[in-house]
Design a binder for this molecule. Structure first.
Ligand code: 3EB
Length: 334
C-alpha cells in the first residue's frame, strides 16, 4: 500500500461508523475537521472545530485519511503523519491570552519547530481562523494586519530551507479562539502565483504593515497524486478589491482567479490538465448569511449542480470583500 497519499472527503454524521470500520480493518486513519458553532462532543479523531458554520442545513465534516496513526505528543499536539505529510493543529494552550500578533508569531514559530522536530521541512497549506478580523487590534492595525505581522516575524526567525510560501486561508469567525491547522511535507511544493494579481507577499503596505506571506496556490506531488491547494481567493485584481457590494460579480472574479491559477499550474508547472468541475472540494466563505441563496444559485450555474461545494459563514480580511473561495484538487497519477 502506498503510504504517502492522502485522501480527502466530506462526510456526514456517519463518520463514526466509517472510522470504526477502517480502524478495525487497519486500512486508514482519519482526522476530522468540523465546521460548526455547536459544542463538539463525542466526535472521534476530531483534530479541530472551526467556528465557520455551514450556511445550509447540512453539517460539515472534513476528513483526511492516511495509513498511519494519529498520535499526540507531550506538548499537546495532535499529529497525523504518513510517509509524506504531517497534519496538525496548533494547541489552544500555546496561544491563549496573547495579543493577536504575539499569538500568530508564537503559533508559526511552534509550527516551524514541530516541522523540524518531525522532519517535515516544507509548509504547504495553512488554515487560520480568528474573530473580529477587520476590527480589534491596536496601534492602528486591525486583527488581520497584526496576524500578518506575527506570521512575518516567525518567518524571519525560522531556519528551515527557503521554500515557497504555503497556500493559505485566513477567515474571520463570529466567536471562538484562534484556530490554526496546517499540512507540512517531506518534499517541497511549487508555489503558483496569479498573473492577474499582485502576489500577496508583494502587496503595498496599505493593506498590512508586514506582507501576507502565502502563495496563491501550491502544487504538491507525491508518489501517486498531484494535489493543488488553492488559497482563499477573493475578488481582487492587481491588489485592488473589485465590485465592492456586488456579490455575484465578486463570486465570478473569485472563480476566474482560480481558473487563472489552474492555467498557470498546467501550462507552466506541468500539472495534469484539469477543469473546475474535476475539483475535490470548494469552500465558499460568505460574510453575510443573507447572500447564501444568491451565491449558491450563481455557483451552481458556474460549476454545475453536483459540484462539491460547501458554504460557510466567515468574514474576510478586507471589509469590502463579501465572499472568498478556497479549493482543492487531488489528481491520481498512474
Ligand atoms: C487576498 O487575496 C485575500 O493572509 O494568508 C486570502 C488568503 C487572503 C490568505 C493570508 C489572505 C491570506 O489578499 C486575503
Amino acid at each position: 500500500m502506498n503510504t504517502s497519499a492522502i485522501t480527502h472527503g466530506s462526510v456526514s454524521e456517519a463518520l463514526d461508523i466509517e472510522v470504526n470500520t477502517d480502524i478495525i480493518s487497519g486500512l486508514h486513519e482519519f482526522f476530522t475537521v468540523r465546521y460548526s458553532n455547536e459544542p463538539a462532543e463525542n466526535i472521534i479523531h476530531l483534530l479541530t472545530n472551526v467556528s465557520t458554520p455551514s450556511l445550509l442545513s447540512e453539517q460539515i465534516f472534513e476528513s483526511w485519511q492516511g495509513t498511519t496513526k494519529i498520535t499526540s505528543n507531550p506538548d499537546g499536539w495532535q499529529l497525523f503523519q504518513n510517509d509524506q505529510y504531517l497534519l496538525a493543529s496548533v494547541p489552544q494552550t500555546l496561544i491563549a491570552n496573547l495579543s493577536m500578533d504575539q499569538a500568530s508569531e508564537k503559533a508559526y514559530s511552534a509550527i516551524f519547530e514541530l516541522m523540524q522536530a518531525y522532519d517535515y521541512p516544507f509548509l504547504i497549506r495553512t488554515w487560520n481562523f480568528f474573530s473580529r478580523i477587520t476590527s480589534g487590534g491596536y496601534a492602528g492595525s486591525n486583527n488581520y494586519q497584526l496576524f500578518c505581522s506575527g506570521r512575518s516575524r516567525a518567518y524571519q526567525q525560522q531556519s528551515l530551507a527557503p521554500q515557497a510560501y504555503p497556500a493559505a486561508t485566513v477567515i474571520g469567525t463570529q466567536q471562538g479562539e484562534m484556530q490554526i491547522f496546517f499540512i507540512a511535507a517531506k518534499q517541497a511544493g511549487i508555489g503558483i502565483e496569479n498573473s492577474l494579481q499582485v502576489s500577496a507577499f508583494d502587496y503595498p503596505s496599505i493593506y498590512s504593515q508586514d506582507p501576507p506571506l502565502f502563495s496563491r496556490a501550491l502544487l504538491h506531488r507525491n508518489q501517486s497524486q498531484e494535489i493543488l491547494f488553492v488559497s482563499g481567493t477573493a475578488s481582487i485584481t492587481g491588489h485592488d478589491t473589485q465590485y465592492a457590494g456586488d456579490i455575484n460579480r465578486q463570486t465570478e472574479i473569485c472563480l476566474s482567479n482560480i481558473e487563472q491559477l489552474i492555467s498557470t499550474a498546467v501550462h507552466e508547472h506541468d500539472m495534469t490538465s484539469i477543469n473546475l468541475q474535476e475539483f475535490s472540494q470548494f469552500k465558499v466563505y460568505i460574510k453575510n448569511p443573507k447572500d447564501i441563496e444568491t451565491v449558491r444559485t450563481h455557483i451552481q450555474q458556474l460549476l454545475g449542480p453536483s459540484a462539491p461545494v460547501y458554504y460557510l459563514h466567515g468574514d474576510m480580511c478586507r471589509s469590502d470583500l463579501s465572499v472568498e473561495i478556497e479549493a482543492l484538487a487531488i489528481i491520481p497519477v498512474i
